[in-house]
Write a protein of this length. Structure first.
Length: 324
């Protein structure tokens, strides 16, 4: 009997996972671990680890006596220490192909809400004020804007495809995508992040959280953007320097922001972002739909099922292609 530790989950039950793994002789050990101290004893004798948000750090991985595979419920793997897992010969896999449409849809919703100032006008009306709640220049037409897109992975590509019919100028920076591919999508390639920032009226971010991307948008970058530009972030909160973001909004350097993610999460109850009418916020829910959740859970469970059956691993993110 193989033990699958589920470190944490936001699901009502694990029936989908059990339906896939139980017939293969796997027993699920569901937990709701929030700290390394809780994870260490739980992970000690697990054969496989399924994790959602729990901090699977070096200390936790060092305690794994039997585990050969860690699977993340999600696309990003920033809660797992990939280097520590690689050093131990433990493979780490994610589920990269779920929620692509959901996050792209959320991005477009945020773009339209921010350019048309949906939230400030709604709040104004609820406050008893009929009429325009912002100045006329703040009501923007998407067709007249340059939208900067950082990151052209699965989600970034879908965002671009949704923007093309609006006939705005789309400027993309992704150092691993050839300019010809970007042009074929109906966008233009920016030679650098700095040039993209200086030309865009709205910036949307679609890259993972890595040592190279964390805090990549900060005080310097906001200073290069046009006054009144808009920021949309549905990727990871720590890609943006939150203190610099608040400063840029308070000074008017940024005209608006729409965020599904923040650093830290959850956003503290007294955080200034919660009090800004030109900031649209969501609680990291862009990926959610019934279909996406099912695909996520089945994809994660099937990653372990492949390992149990001795099949090749898919979507390995730390370079360990074979189980020890």
């Amino acid at each position: 009997m193989k033990t699958v530790l589920v470190t944490d989950s936001s699901f009502a039950d694990l029936a989908l996972e059990e339906a896939i793994l139980s017939p293969l002789g796997c027993s699920l050990d569901p937990r709701q671990c929030k700290t390394p101290d809780q994870l260490v004893p739980a992970a000690r004798d697990a054969d496989f680890v399924l994790t959602q948000f729990a901090p699977v750090n070096r200390q936790v991985i060092a305690a794994m006596n039997r585990a050969t595979l860690i699977v993340r419920y999600g696309v990003g793997v920033d809660n797992v220490d990939l280097d520590a897992a690689r050093e131990r010969g433990i493979a780490v896999c994610n589920v990269p192909d779920y929620c692509v449409d959901e996050v792209a849809d959320q991005t477009l919703a945020f773009i339209l809400a921010a350019t048309r100032q949906v939230v400030p006008n709604c709040l104004g009306l609820r406050g008893g004020r009929w009429g325009l709640a912002v100045t006329v220049p703040e009501m923007k037409t998407l067709r007249e804007l340059t939208v900067g897109v950082i990151g052209l992975g699965r989600i970034g590509r879908e965002v671009v495809s949704r923007l093309v019919p609006f006939r705005c100028r789309i400027l993309v920076f992704d150092p691993v995508v050839p300019p010809a591919q970007i042009l074929a999508l109906g966008a233009q390639a920016a030679p650098s992040v700095d040039q993209l920032l200086s030309e865009c009226d709205l910036l949307t971010i679609h890259c993972p959280s890595t040592p190279r991307t964390r805090r990549m948008i900060g005080r310097r970058e906001f200073g290069r953007m046009k006054p009144g530009a808009i920021l949309v972030n549905v990727s990871r909160g720590d890609i943006v320097d939150t203190a610099a973001l608040v400063e840029a909004l308070e000074s008017g350097r940024l005209g608006a922001a729409a965020l599904d993610v923040c650093d830290p999460e959850p956003i503290p109850a007294d955080h200034p972002l919660l009090k800004m009418p030109k900031v649209t916020l969501a609680s990291h829910i862009a990926s959610v739909s019934p279909a996406a959740q099912r695909k996520l859970r089945e994809g994660a469970a099937n990653a372990i099922a492949r390992a149990v059956r001795g099949e090749g691993l898919l979507n390995v993110v730390n370079g360990v292609e074979r189980l020890r």
